[in-house]
Design a protein around this ligand. Structure first.
Ligand SMILES: [Zn+2]
Length: 324
């Protein structure tokens, strides 16, 4: 332990000396070897290769986690979880899956948006490059929904040219329809977010129009890789089920947040239909608790691989032990 700490200190010192900054974002090009936390985690689900990749973190007010809850209850929960009271770094995870001859990117991170002051996200492209994944090898993209932290990476400068012309982009038909005249009346987002999210979704639908492959309820994107519409968070919100050789894993997107295990009825400010989002969350958590199957999620602490346990009439988050 002490050897690890002193080595981490040495690496920090070196990085600070050479870059005058510990933040790799200040340096163009690849993430350096001095990144102090890992940004990718590989696992297998039967014959399917899975890579969880961190796009970075989104710093957001904690109130967003539970805007229908008594502030004192939220404050108590944050304290119990050793989380800060005002601003919280939301992890932002995407996934790359290889099944059969296909390489499938599930969600695409934030990309770049100078208006939202979220400078510590948008790393997906750099980190995929660092993992040796060429964008031209991606045959399919699945989008859990069209919020900017899931689709913005596809709108970054030059990205479209790096992707293959026959790329297929899968999303629920209801999601594409929703963003034509999106309803934010039930959300509770920081100022500027509704407009930025709407603009990004519309821009995406416009730019990728010819590549969209909308599905109704579910669609098998690649062998054992099935996108399933849940609704709730957004009308076309979808999860991605992976199944191969008896193994399973579900990418639940924004259906489950950390607070959602113990407080599944708390409304997240980004949910367009919060009551339905809570029903979807409880249904998924019940199912995964019953089967014991692992999940990964966009905004759970990286790499987010975990199990669901039942704790009385709510749930308990059980992070999976890392496999080496
Ligand atoms: Zn999200």
């Amino acid at each position: 332990m002490s050897a690890q700490s002193s080595s981490a200190t040495r690496r920090s010192t070196t990085a600070a000396e050479t870059n005058n900054s510990l933040d790799n974002s200040s340096r163009p090009g690849r993430p350096g070897p001095d990144e102090l936390v890992p940004s990718r985690y590989a696992l297998r689900v039967g014959e399917i290769d899975v890579l969880v990749v961190s796009d970075g973190v989104l710093s957001l007010p904690t109130r967003m986690l539970a805007y229908n809850a008594d502030p004192a209850c939220l404050a108590g929960w944050l304290k119990d979880m050793f989380l800060p009271p005002e601003m919280l770094d939301w992890p932002l995870n995407a996934v790359v899956v290889r099944s059969g001859a296909q390489t499938v990117l599930i969600d695409a991170g934030l990309g770049v948006d100078p208006d939202l002051d979220l400078p510590r996200a948008g790393r997906l492209a750099l980190r995929l490059e660092a993992a040796g994944i060429d964008f031209a090898s991606v045959t399919d993209v699945v989008l859990t929904h069209l919020h900017m932290d899931h689709v913005g990476g596809l709108l970054a400068d030059g990205m479209r040219d790096r992707l293959r012309p026959d790329l297929r982009v899968h999303l629920a038909a209801a999601e594409a329809e929703f963003w034509a005249s999106a309803d934010f009346s039930r959300t509770s987002m920081p100022p500027g977010f509704p407009d930025a999210l709407w603009q990004a979704a519309k821009r995406f639908l416009n730019e990728y129009h010819s590549q969209l492959r909308p599905f109704e309820a579910e669609y098998e994107v690649a062998p054992g890789v099935i996108a399933c519409r849940t609704g709730g968070h957004t009308p076309g919100h979808s999860v991605v089920r992976l199944a191969s050789g008896g193994d399973r894993l579900t990418f639940v997107g924004d259906a489950v947040f950390q607070v959602g295990f113990e407080q599944p009825e708390w409304h997240n400010g980004f949910e367009h239909d919060p009551e339905e989002a809570a029903r979807v969350r409880v249904r998924l958590l019940r199912e995964l608790a019953a089967t014991g199957e692992p999940l990964v999620a966009t905004h759970l602490s990286f790499p987010s691989v975990c199990h669901v346990a039942v704790a009385g009439d709510v749930f308990r988050w059980v992070p999976a032990v890392w496999k080496y």
